[in-house]
Design a protein around this ligand. Sequence first.
Ligand SMILES: [Zn+2]
Ligand SMILES: [Zn+2]
Length: 112
Amino acid sequence: MPPVPTKIKLAGENNTLTVTWSDGHVSAFPYQYLRDRCPCATCAGDESHAPAAPAVLPMFGSKPLKPDRAELVGRYALQIFWNDGHSSGIYSFEYLRGLCPCAECKSREMAQ
Ligand SMILES: [Zn+2]
Ligand SMILES: [Zn+2]
């Protein structure tokens, strides 16, 4: 059985979303890091459908990006609702765990 989240804390320290996994591991994902890896079709960069680059970069918008809420999708994924209205990204637990930016996971990734 792959690990599944047992606890998800939307508003952690330093603008992170914190996930505690069933194997005891804890992942802290910075909001921007997560959003940059949004798996939805729009963000995943389907070049043929991508709109022209905007003249004003969204990251300079009025408010900092953060998740408003998150919902479980069945027993396998997490859907994140961002405060800019974007919500089509569904992060499967497996994908999320693979994104874990901690030193331990990073070094395991390099060993493979
Ligand atoms: Zn997206
Ligand atoms: Zn990790």
